[in-house]
Design a binder for this molecule. Structure first.
Ligand SMILES: [Ca+2]
Ligand SMILES: [Ca+2]
Ligand SMILES: [Ca+2]
Length: 269
C-alpha cells in the first residue's frame, strides 16, 4: 500500500514538473515609462521626442505634440509635480485629434488569450485639455496591422471627467479572448494612445503596460479545473511577475482570480 502511494506521489510530482508553462503575463513595451532619453535635472525639461514609439504628430515640422518631459520637483514654482509618476519622466500628448503614440510590439496575438493595455493618465496642469469635456478625450486601442494599415480590434475612451491634475490614474482597454478564426491571430500586437479632441491642451502619460492572460482557470491545458491549477495559482499568490494565473488582466494574482477559479472548481472549461 505504502509502495503504491509512493509511486502515485512520484507520478504527481513528475506531472507538475512537466506541466506545460502557459505563456502569459507582461508583454514588453519599448520605452514604456518614457525614461528614454534621460533628461538631466539641469537640462531643458522637455523634448519633442519619445524614442521607440511611433509618434503621430500633427506638427510634422517640429513634432511638438508628442514628446517626453522630466517630472518637476515637488517644490516646483509651476506646481505641476505629478505625485505618483513612475520613474523620473513622462510623456505629453497634444489634445487634438490626429496626435498619438503607437507601438507595434514583437509579440503576437495568440488564440485563446485576452489582452489588456493599461496607461497612467492625468491632464497637464499648465495646458489642461479644456477641463472635463467629454468631447475632449483620449482613446486607447489594441490593433493589428493589415496591408500597412492599423486596424483597431478594441478601443476604449478615457473619460476626462474622471481625471485629476497632478495625480495619474490607470485606464485600460481589454479585448476578449482571441478566436481561432480572427484575422489578427499571429499578427503583432499593436497598442495606441490617441488624442480625440480639440487643440490647446496636453495629456500626461506614463507607465504603459500590456498583459496577456487567459480568462479561464485552466493553467495546465487539460481543460479541467482542479488541484493542479490551484497549485499554479498558489505558487503565484499575490505576485505581479509573469503571473500565469492572472485571469483579470491586471497582471497580478489575487482574490479576484481566486474567485474565478472557485467558480469553475472541478469543472471542464
Ligand atoms: Ca516614467
Ligand atoms: Ca487544468
Ligand atoms: Ca488578476
Amino acid at each position: 500500500m505504502l509502495k503504491r502511494m509512493a509511486k502515485y506521489c512520484v507520478i504527481v510530482i513528475i506531472m507538475f514538473l512537466i506541466m506545460p508553462a502557459a505563456q502569459s503575463g507582461q508583454i514588453p513595451i519599448a520605452n514604456n515609462s518614457f525614461e528614454i532619453p534621460a533628461i538631466g535635472p539641469n537640462d531643458f525639461p522637455a523634448l519633442p521626442i519619445a524614442p521607440l514609439w511611433t509618434e503621430v504628430d500633427l506638427d510634422t515640422e517640429y513634432s511638438t505634440n508628442t514628446g517626453t518631459f522630466r517630472n518637476p520637483p515637488p517644490d516646483s514654482p509651476y506646481g505641476d509635480y505629478i505625485v505618483n509618476a513612475d520613474g523620473n519622466q513622462l510623456a505629453f500628448l497634444g489634445s487634438q485629434s490626429g496626435n498619438g503614440f503607437l507601438q507595434e510590439t514583437n509579440s503576437t496575438y495568440q488564440t485563446g488569450k485576452s489582452y489588456r493595455l493599461m496607461v497612467e493618465v492625468c491632464p497637464s496642469v499648465r495646458y489642461t485639455p479644456s477641463g472635463p469635456d467629454p468631447n475632449n478625450k483620449l482613446v486607447l486601442s489594441l490593433y493589428y496591422v493589415n496591408d500597412a494599415n492599423s486596424v483597431d480590434i478594441q478601443t476604449s475612451p478615457v473619460p476626462s471627467t474622471e481625471l485629476t491634475t497632478n495625480v495619474l490614474k490607470t485606464f485600460s482597454v481589454t479585448m476578449p479572448a482571441v478566436q481561432s478564426g480572427d484575422a489578427w491571430v499571429g499578427k503583432n500586437i499593436g497598442i495606441a494612445i490617441r488624442a480625440d479632441g480639440v487643440p490647446g491642451g496636453y495629456w500626461d502619460l506614463d507607465n504603459v503596460r500590456l498583459t496577456e492572460f487567459q480568462t479561464m482557470p485552466d493553467f495546465t491545458g487539460d481543460s479541467f479545473v482542479n488541484l493542479q491549477d490551484f497549485t499554479v495559482m498558489a505558487s503565484e499568490w499575490l505576485s505581479c511577475t509573469e503571473a500565469e494565473a492572472d485571469m483579470t488582466g491586471d497582471g497580478c494574482v489575487d482574490t479576484e482570480d481566486l474567485l474565478i477559479l472557485a467558480k469553475y472548481w472541478l469543472g471542464y472549461v
